[in-house]
Write a protein that binds this ligand. Structure first.
Ligand code: B4P
Length: 190
């Protein structure tokens, strides 16, 4: 199974993805985690990514698409993957579709996680206290929200037209959201 999680920053993509991969026994592919790892390793990609991430912007498409294409070619991804936070632009979505169509393994479903702006900000400011992520400051959060609206939200229409979009209410406790997410997966395509 191949599923995409899309939603604004703080909507719970990472939180729900960790649970869903256990349930479905598929690989978790989080571009945010991969970029933070590259940064921690001090690679060239990590250095380029850090600048974009800390400013609240997106990392250039060609860099992100490159790491995803390399990862999905690996053996453990053949049984299925959960794309968490990827794609984030139409160009990334088109590149992913082309890659998966070539392999004969198109996306099954796109899950949109939806939550109120106040709740999103509250969660990220809470995370800032616990994890100290450089991009969880009030200024950067505002920038990331704007970037989401301008560059990522158009994906909703893109996947709606493919008949693959299913919207999940992301408000409430992580357990409540997980129950809704599982129902959405069982219910199939939107
Ligand atoms: P990500 O790592 O994807 O960051 P995110 O969108 O903020 O996280 P997520 O949505 O997964 O967090 P969650 O709600 O689970 O990206 C970071 C940056 O990397 C981007 O800004 C960009 O610069 C770069 N990047 C990543 N992918 C890219 C791409 N494809 N192209 C270009 N650039 C890319 O968690 C938020 C907090 O809320 C957590 O503390 C969690 O515990 C809490 N929480 C979650 N659900 C909750 C609930 N139901 N109730 C209460 N708290 C909850």
């Amino acid at each position: 199974m191949r599923i995409v999680f899309v939603g604004p920053p703080g909507s719970g993509k990472g939180t729900q993805a960790k649970r869903l991969i256990e349930r479905l026994s598929i690989v978790h592919l989080s571009t945010g985690d991969m970029l933070r790892q590259a940064r921690a390793d001090g690679t060239d990609l990590g250095k380029k990514a850090a600048e974009c991430m800390d400013g609240g912007g997106l990392v250039p498409d060609e860099l992100v698409v490159g790491i995803v294409v390399e990862r999905i070619g690996q053996a453990d991804c053949q049984a299925g993957c959960l794309f968490d936070g990827f794609p984030r632009t139409i160009a990334q979505a088109e590149a992913l579709d082309a890659e998966l169509d070539n392999a004969g393994t198109p996306l099954d479903m796109v899950l949109e996680l939806k939550a109120d702006a106040e709740e999103l900000a509250r969660r990220m400011l809470e995370r800032a206290k616990i994890e100290g992520r450089a991009d969880d400051t009030p200024e950067t959060i505002a920038k990331r929200m704007k970037v989401y609206t301008e560059q990522t939200a158009p994906l909703l229409d893109y996947y709606q037209k493919q008949g693959k979009l299913v919207t999940v209410d992301g408000m409430g406790t992580p357990n409540e959201v997980f129950d809704r997410t599982c129902q959405a997966v069982q219910g199939g395509k939107g």
